[in-house]
Design a protein around this ligand. Structure first.
Ligand code: GLP
Length: 250
């Protein structure tokens, strides 16, 4: 893993957007793996700004999202379909037909998981996967204890994850209990991974990530074994990481 230190949320977002823009410029038909959550909003805003100012084109890009809540329709304001349209797809030139997310309303959820895995293979795998990190170390919605061999699957969300995400809903009870997520093996197949972390709430998990111990109790720890991972974290998220550790990874 390589660490890029950012000053604050805005700086993290700008640095992440620069890496994504660079990827799209070098390979205009890139497959981008996208993530949701509060962490990514600034990055998508920076991509939209760049699109407006510099016209970076996404016409040949394909996107695949990590996860979606089960039971929320694409038009539901808390669905990840809605989030992606609202923060990114509606503001750049990507054809909607080239943007993929799991279908949280699928009747046969197992078949939907398989369809999503097949889709990823058909489009040639992910060139650059964007990741956030849960306070418990989850990536996508792969909660602690998930097998490193897992492919796209259904998960029951941890109570702490539902609590953390309830800030986007009117009431805690509205937060879905289940989601479809790419598995850890699916994520690890990505050619390059960009993990972002911002704020004090992420400081503990970021220090655990850089402790280097690979354990299913911290799903993100598997990234220590991937050959091409960049972590961009701001000073608050890095506040529990010693200067020595920072030096090792920068
Ligand atoms: C959510 C998403 C993850 C995201 C994480 C952190 O539950 N499924 O993909 O990375 O939790 O979210 P946030 O960026 O809001 O802290």
């Amino acid at each position: 893993m390589k660490l890029i230190e950012a000053k604050d949320y805005q700086d993290m977002s700008r640095k992440a957007a620069d890496i994504i823009i660079d990827q799209v410029k070098k390979k205009p038909n890139s497959v981008l793996g996208l993530a949701t959550g509060g962490t990514m909003i600034g990055t998508y805003a920076a991509l939209v700004d760049d699109y407006k100012q510099n016209g970076t084109s996404y016409q040949q890009v394909k996107t695949v999202n990590l996860d979606e809540y089960i039971g929320l329709a694409p038009e539901h304001p808390n669905s990840y379909h809605y989030y992606m349209s609202d923060h990114l797809f509606n503001h750049i030139d990507i054809p909607k037909s080239q943007t993929y997310l799991p279908n949280g309303l699928a009747k046969d959820i197992e078949a939907e998981c398989q369809r999503y895995e097949n889709l990823l293979e058909q489009i040639g795998g992910i060139d650059l996967q964007l990741l956030g990190i849960g306070q418990n170390g989850h990536i996508g919605f792969n909660e602690p204890g998930t097998s490193f061999e897992s492919t796209t699957h259904v998960v029951e969300l941890a109570l702490s994850t539902r609590q953390a995400n309830s800030r986007f809903f009117n009431r805690f009870e509205e937060v879905p209990t289940h989601a479809i997520t790419m598995g850890i093996a699916t994520i690890m197949k990505s050619k390059k991974i960009l993990l972002l972390a911002s704020g004090k709430k992420k400081a503990h998990i970021i220090s655990q990530l850089f402790a280097g111990k690979v354990t299913t109790e911290i799903p993100a720890s598997i990234l220590n074994t991937h050959p091409n991972v960049i972590v961009i974290a701001d000073q608050e998220a890095l506040s529990l990481l010693s200067p020595e550790k920072r030096k090792v990874y920068t």
